[in-house]
Write a protein that binds this ligand. Structure first.
Ligand code: NDP
Ligand code: 2IT
Length: 451
């Protein structure tokens, strides 16, 4: 095929929009990747003629299923569950499971698409997938969550396996839910195998997995700052979310001498000008994991802090920002506020937390901006190491895994610089992550021919 016959970027995106009507998050994620990949492919005929990007942007399969469960009042409830298996060119499908009322097919398709590039960037053999359900764990008893998880796994088990697809946690899915789902998988299949990651340490989980995403996002920030001969020590940080990723990001910022000013949940944010130190972080972890409380309760415990109902934290002046809650939680106006207040670096613990026009604000202001698919890859990377340990039937120690995580994050940063250095000292980390992530998957797909 002659180069002039290639579908151009606007035509490609028109096709994506037409084939995925109303799937705004998925279209947004494809758009962000496609603009960089089109530049990269300009002189690479093989990728064009094999339709590589078109194929990556079409999930291998989307499984959708009914999940029935009985609540404590004996009402029968019906939810919808999904597993999106996006691409397994470089390894078994791998990616989290999200339980949240906002989960739709579009959200899971965007997450599975992003996961494909993220997993490639880690350098480990993992393809991209994502799953979930529109189930709201908030306010549910442990018994209700157990029954839901068991019912969810009763369908999911036939689509997954340690060499096929390995789910893990995400929003609303933590240690408790993974335990219930792993137990049900084991009951149905009579097999004890590494089919899920994020497991408890007693039954095949990995040291460092709970910390890995949040710590990794801070290591990525540390690497971006180091590239400019700077460090986290003495910096103020604004963080959103108060779940697994946010609390561990806060912990690592604190360990490196930074001061965390905010955390949030879907109700609002807390601002603590004295800094959210380790003791306060431990209190929040207990609040969220054991008491299942709200971040607003922080201000009753720690005087001097304020709670801002229904607001997001981006108006608080800071040196660095780490969005660690959910997608599209930081828009253009909020990005401008951060820049006007002097932010120098943004590292995304969440997946696609910044809107496309928000990303443009960061790029135009030439601040260091680490997109989720690079900055939060530490979580899935340690999941990959959990798979290796399960396959070997061995458990590595915390120190070894901690060192592997810092090395992995350094490696991801280096790949982003390799493909994202703009030549004027500015690194476009989005471009770097997209191209480096794409190249490995694309080359594997070329090797397979048309499959
Ligand atoms: P958790 O469920 O532990 O915490 C999620 C946090 O985000 C909670 O504070 C929650 O508040 C808040 N949140 C969720 N949805 C919304 C919303 N619609 N609006 C405002 N706040 C919201 O999840 P994680 O910490 O695991 O995940 C956070 C982000 O990190 C997600 O984008 C996830 O995809 C990403 N991620 C997670 C990884 C992991 O290993 N866990 C790995 C890589 C990325 P509330 O309690 O009120 O819902
Ligand atoms: O978005 C993510 O990378 C995750 N939720 C973690 C996936 C995993 O398989 O550990």
């Amino acid at each position: 095929m002659a180069v002039s016959d290639h579908v151009d970027l606007p035509t490609f995106m028109e096709g994506v929009k037409k084939r995925n009507p109303g799937q705004t998050e998925f279209i947004q994620a494809v758009q962000e990747v496609a603009q960089d990949i089109y530049g990269f492919m300009e002189d690479k005929e093989a990728y064009h003629s094999a339709q590589i990007l078109r194929r990556i942007a079409e999930p291998d399969r989307v499984v959708s299923f009914r999940v029935c469960w009985e609540d404590d009042n004996h009402n029968i409830r019906v939810q919808r569950g999904w597993r999106v298996q996006n691409n397994n060119a470089i390894g078994p499908y791998k990616g989290g499971v999200r339980f949240h009322p906002s989960v739709t097919e579009s959200v899971l398709k965007f997450l599975a698409f992003e996961q494909t590039f993220k997993n490639s960037l880690t350098g480990l053999p993992m393809g991209g997938g994502k799953g979930g359900a529109n189930f709201n764990p908030k306010g549910k008893s442990d018994a209700e969550v157990m029954r839901f998880c068991q019912s969810f796994m009763t369908e999911l088990y036939r689509h997954i396996g340690p060499d096929t697809d390995v789910p893990a946690g995400d929003i609303g899915v933590g240690g408790r839910e993974i335990g219930y789902m792993f137990g049900q998988y084991k009951r149905i299949t009579n097999r004890w195998e590494g089919v899920l990651t994020g497991k408890g340490l007693e039954y095949g989980g990995s040291q460092m997995r709970p910390e890995a995403t949040g710590y990794g996002a801070v290591y990525f920030l540390e690497n971006m700052l180091k590239h400019k001969n700077d460090s986290i020590d003495g910096k103020t940080a604004v963080i959103s979310g108060s779940g697994n990723v946010a609390t561990h990001a806060a912990e690592q910022i604190t360990k490196q001498g930074g001061k965390v000013l905010t955390l949030s949940d879907s109700g609002g944010f807390i601002h603590d000008p004295d800094g959210i130190d380790q003791e306060k972080i431990d209190w929040i972890k207990d609040l969220k994991n054991n008491r299942r409380g709200r971040i607003s309760e922080y201000v009753d415990e720690f005087k001097g802090a304020s709670y801002h109902d229904g607001e997001r934290p981006w108006g608080v002046a800071c040196d660095v920002a780490l969005p660690c809650a959910t997608q599209n939680e930081l828009n253009k106006e909020e990005a401008k506020m951060l820049v006007d207040n002097g932010v120098i670096g943004v590292s995304e613990g969440a997946n696609m937390p910044t809107t496309l026009d928000g990303v443009h604000v960061f790029h135009d202001a030439k601040i260091m901006y680490g997109p989720g698919k690079a900055a939060n890859a530490g979580g899935v990377a340690v999941s990959g190491l959990e798979m290796s340990q399960n396959a070997e039937r061995i458990a590595w120690d915390n120190e070894r895994l901690g060192n592997m995580l810092t090395d992995l994050m350094r490696g991801i940063h280096e790949k982003c610089v390799e493909y994202g250095d703009q030549g004027d000292g500015y690194v476009d980390y989005v471009k770097g992550a997209n191209i480096a992530g794409f190249k490995k998957v694309a080359d594997a797909m070329l090797a397979y021919g048309v499959v």
